[in-house]
Design a protein around this ligand. Structure first.
Ligand code: HBI
Length: 374
């Protein structure tokens, strides 16, 4: 089969934290995986990101363009019906000045930021802007804008899961690309007797208090990895359980996190919002760790209840506790196998390549993405 031509792609990072800081949340991991995967597929990558961004090993072929500026205020701190803001000396306008300059000479620009400006630009500039939407519906103005632009440019949007996409009023089947991980960086561990674990940005929408309650109910400890996004919330959670229940492990690069996380007997995942995907779930499964989670958002699409973990009704603490006592029924090898079959870096990169190619072709001949993207 004729090898399709390599694409010249510009990737634009989130304007919340530089790559490697952990402040960008799951998007940082997504960008690192996708950059590596697209390079391996032979594409040319330029990455536009806030100053101080660093890329993991294996991305040496990338042209990294760093941009100075102040972080966008994170949507998690904003009211749903609030305005879209750009702070003085903001990094967002700088990211997009570079992206549009570079995009003029590229096949496509892929945006990972969940912000108003790049999406508003989509139909008003020549470079083809594609948006991998990283969250569910957390802002009215963003949902309105995405819904409006997607009416005439549906192929420009992709989502991580169907449940995430369901937050947006789309007139066509959403393009769902999942997510991808460099599974070679995760080692399988077979020990079923370890501690309980929780991973994520420590912030109210992640529901840490419920996982802490499970550990307390089982008279056990909960090891917590992640950036303390909201210190007051972290303190409230810690005070809601007996002293010593929570062990704050901190934020580590993948190589260290996976070694410690892999020793857990279970990961507890307790989203209070429509989690777009749930990276930490795949990271745990990649190490053989079963996941006990609320059947809410992305996690409900990633966990096969009874095979790779247990799904319980959202906010049902009793079910969460009882499910945690049943993780020994899960074959840890099945967790690793699921990650290899559904969330490897090369599967993700080829789905994204297919999304971009179909978007470019669709516009060339005026077709919708449904013909290309089964
Ligand atoms: N807020 N304004 C803004 N822009 C983003 O790109 C953004 C955010 N909050 C969180 C976030 N991105 C990432 O943590 C997502 O992975 C959720």
């Amino acid at each position: 089969m004729k090898r399709e031509s390599a694409l010249n792609l510009v990737l634009v990072s989130t304007p919340v934290g530089c790559l490697g800081s952990g402040r960008g949340g799951g998007v940082e991991l997504t960008i690192a995986s996708l950059t590596k995967g697209l390079l391996e597929l032979g594409h040319q990558i330029t990455l536009v990101a806030p100053k101080g961004s660093v890329l993991p090993s294996g991305c040496s072929g990338v042209d990294l363009r760093e941009v100075e500026g102040v972080d966008q205020p994170s949507w998690q701190r904003r009211k749903f019906e609030g305005p879209a803001l750009i702070p003085p000396r903001g990094v967002l306008p700088g990211l997009w000045a570079d992206a549009l300059d570079l995009g003029g000479k590229a096949d496509a620009v892929i945006n990972f930021g969940y912000d108003w400006l790049p999406i508003w630009l989509t139909k008003r500039v020549v470079p083809r802007l594609f948006h991998l939407i990283s969250m569910g519906g957390v802002s009215e103005i963003m949902q309105d804008l995405i819904g409006e632009v997607a009416i005439s440019a549906p192929s420009r949007f992709a989502f991580h899961t169907h449940r995430q996409a369901a937050d947006f009023s789309l007139i066509q089947e959403p393009i769902v690309v999942g997510n991808g991980f460099d599974l070679g960086s995760y080692e399988f561990q077979s020990s079923p007797k370890g501690p309980l674990g929780w991973v994520g940005r420590v912030s109210p929408e992640k529901g840490l208090e419920d996982a802490a309650a499970v550990a307390a109910a089982l008279d056990d400890r909960l090891l917590v990895w992640g950036v303390i996004d909201d210190p007051a919330y972290a303190k409230r959670v810690e005070e809601s359980v007996p002293t010593g229940t929570i062990e704050w492990m901190g934020f580590f690069p993948t190589s260290v996190l996976q070694l410690q996380l892999g020793a857990c007997r279970a990961l507890i995942n307790t989203p209070k919002w429509n989690e777009a995907y749930g990276n930490v779930i795949v990271e745990a499964m990649a190490c053989g760790v079963p996941v006990v989670a609320y059947d809410r958002g992305g996690p409900g699409e990633l966990i096969v209840s009874g095979l790779t973990g247990w799904l319980v009704p959202p906010n049902d603490l009793d079910e969460l506790i009882s499910a945690t006592t049943r993780v020994d029924q899960i074959d840890r090898k099945k967790c690793r196998k699921w990650a290899e079959e559904h969330a490897s870096l090369d599967i993700f990169a080829s789905l994204v390549e297919q999304w971009i190619r179909s978007g470019i072709t669709a516009e060339a001949i005026g077709k919708g993405p449904e013909e290309f993207f089964s």
